[in-house]
Write a protein that binds this ligand. Structure first.
Ligand code: PLP
Ligand code: COI
Length: 370
């Protein structure tokens, strides 16, 4: 599959400053053997400045470290910020790849539009990944259960307390080695139904990957943890009837006849993992429905035996079976049921492509170290 890039800009010349005290090899290898999710960072970071007058300029690779920030920077006051999440995988031959990074670049542009931030050209985004891997490639683990999580983000840095789109913005890319977001393997998780809180509303920012959506989810996520659940499930904010998504991942249901159903709404994030999984399933002959799904449909479907599996999917979660949904006054499923058959096989199909164990007929992988 050819990737069509909108108007390719000229390559940026990154000014590279090497970290003169990188983490010693032995220490790094010890972390890579069993990395936590998102709390240890590589030796370098990338940044590119934007200003209304100068456009994108001063691309740099520099040692990882604190960012100078004016206390009046608009992001600290009005939350004008967006981010992405994708992974770098080491293939069995040692080469380093990422999965559909053009889709993350395009989603960052869509988020930028919604949050009145400048759109970073797709080429600059892809180049930033390659620049970071050029200096921090050793941080990509070889264990197929592990990867290097890449976190591109952009924020309003202009020092200005008026409420309007900032005229000075920064794009950054940092990276953190990552093990499984939940537990190792495909152990089903319990999720908590939030009925007191919504994540997003009609005309709001639910579709954008912006910090505020995650901030809005935290109190509900705390409630989930208090009930022994790993994630929170949000319903629509208007009727409290339709299933939307989890705090940090999409949700998919599997019906007895092999049909996959996933909520479609303007208020949820368009997951790249979900899109890929559904494509794999469709090409295997499964019917796929992207439509409104009510909570009642899930309850009835499990009771009648029509819905046989449910899973969460996202970059961090990959594909994770949902064992049960706990709510204030009911529970669906049970924590210790085995993972669904299709859930497991789709997870395997996807990770085989991502980790270079299977062919990539869709042209989804992009090499980062060449
Ligand atoms: N929904 C939310 C709220 C997310 O944070 C994520 C993760 O990025 C997803 C869905 C899944 O998106 P993707 O598969 O592109 O990682
Ligand atoms: C991701 O999957 O990349 C996310 O941003 C979600 C978050 C739970 C880490």
């Amino acid at each position: 599959m050819t990737i069509h890039l909108p108007m390719a800009p000229v390559d940026l010349e990154f000014q590279v400053t090497r970290n003169d005290s990188p983490m010693p090899d032995a220490e790094r290898e010890a972390i890579l053997a069993d990395p936590p999710f998102g709390s240890v960072f590589t030796d370098h970071m990338v940044d590119i400045c934007w200003s209304e007058k100068g456009g994108w300029h001063r691309p740099r690779v520099q040692p990882y470290g604190p960012i100078p920030m004016d206390p009046a920077a608009a992001v600290l006051h009005y939350g004008q910020e967006i981010f992405e999440g994708l992974k770098a995988y080491r293939h069995p031959d040692g080469s380093i790849w990422s999965f559909r990074p053009d889709q993350n670049a395009l989603r960052l542009q869509r988020s930028a539009k919604r949050m009145a931030l400048p759109e970073l050209p797709v080429d600059y985004f892809l180049q930033s990944l390659k620049e970071l891997i050029a200096v921090d490639g050793a941080w990509v683990p070889s264990d197929p259960e592990m990867s290097l999580y890449l976190r591109p983000y952009m924020y309003a840095k202009e020092a200005f307390l008026g409420v309007r789109a900032a005229k000075k913005v920064a794009y950054y890319l940092i990276a953190a080695p990552a093990g499984p977001y939940f537990s190792r393997g495909v152990k089903p998780v319990s999720i908590w139904l939030s009925t007191d809180y919504s994540r997003a509303g009609k005309g709001g920012t639910g579709k954008a990957k912006t910090g505020g959506n995650y901030a809005a989810s935290l109190v509900a996520q705390q409630e989930a943890a208090e009930h022994g659940c790993a994630q929170v499930l949000f319903l629509d904010s208007v009727e409290g009837k339709y299933i939307e998504e989890l705090g940090g991942m999409n949700i998919v249901f599997v019906h007895k006849d092999g049909t996959l159903v996933t909520p479609a709404s303007d208020t949820i994030l368009e997951g790249i993992t979900r899109d890929s999984i559904l494509q794999l399933a469709e090409d295997d002959g499964h019917k796929v429905e992207r439509r409104a799904v009510t909570l009642q449909e899930w309850r009835d479907g499990v009771e009648s035996g029509d819905i046989v599996e449910a899973f969460a999917c996202g970059t961090a979660a990959v594909v994770t079976p949902i064992g049960q949904l706990k709510a204030k006054d009911f529970t669906i499923g049970s924590e210790d049921q085995p993972p669904g058959e299709l859930t497991v096989s789709l997870r395997q199909r996807l990770t085989d492509i991502q980790q270079g164990r299977a062919d990539d007929p869709y042209g989804w992988m992009m090499r980062l170290d060449a």
